[in-house]
Design a protein around this ligand. Structure first.
Ligand code: NI
Length: 199
């Protein structure tokens, strides 16, 4: 009889312990919800640029928006067009979710990427792609704010110069958190899949 009581007591204690564990797990899961991995918070900075319609644009115009930002140049023979196509394809695959994301292309070669050149260029990729350019100083300030390396380089196959530059697609949330950096090895599927985990 005594043994049986002890057994019941042990069993209910065990049951309580499990219930407490489950409750704790649920609470910690709940608490972890907003703690999403962020590459960098407060990413980017101030810039003054001109869009493909000739309008002045600053970082404030994109506040509160999800953004996919790519820095490059329109004369880029391969990498820039490939990356911009990836952005476009990912947004199209995301359908209505894609509509919540602003794609932005920022020139690091403003001497050749005039407003007119940018206007024709962004059309090739996505109807909502915003192309930003400016003076040499303005483009430099924007690239610095987003930690983009670039430099003029001699191109032996052409009379003109080419540009060496970082190739990063930044995914930034409405609070300016950098959520992910997509590199050249990432595909449009990778971009789509990641965004699907966020939106
Ligand atoms: Ni490029």
């Amino acid at each position: 009889m005594k043994k049986r009581l002890l057994y019941i007591f042990a069993l209910s204690f065990f049951g309580l312990a499990i219930a407490a564990l489950i409750a704790f797990y649920d609470v910690s899961k709940e608490n972890n919800k907003p703690a999403m991995a962020v590459v960098a918070d407060n990413f980017g900075g101030a810039f003054n640029l001109t869009n493909q319609s000739g309008e002045a644009v600053t970082e404030k115009d994109f506040e509160g928006q999800y953004r996919l930002i790519y820095f490059g140049f329109t004369y880029c023979p391969a990498i820039c067009p490939t990356e911009l196509q990836k952005i476009s394809a990912a947004l199209n695959m995301l359908n209505e979710k894609g509509d919540k994301i602003q794609p932005i292309f920022i020139s690091i070669d403003p001497e050749r990427d005039t407003v007119d050149v940018m206007r024709e260029y962004v059309k090739l990729f996505h109807s909502r792609l915003i192309g930003l350019t400016g003076t040499v100083e303005q483009a430099k300030a924007a690239a610095d704010a987003y930690k983009i390396y670039y430099a003029k380089a001699k191109d032996d196959t052409m009379h003109e110069y080419t540009m060496d530059h970082s190739s990063f697609i930044y995914f930034i949330d409405p609070e300016d958190n950098l959520l992910r950096i997509f590199k050249t090895e990432d595909t449009s599927e990778d971009i789509k899949n990641f965004i699907n985990t966020i939106l």
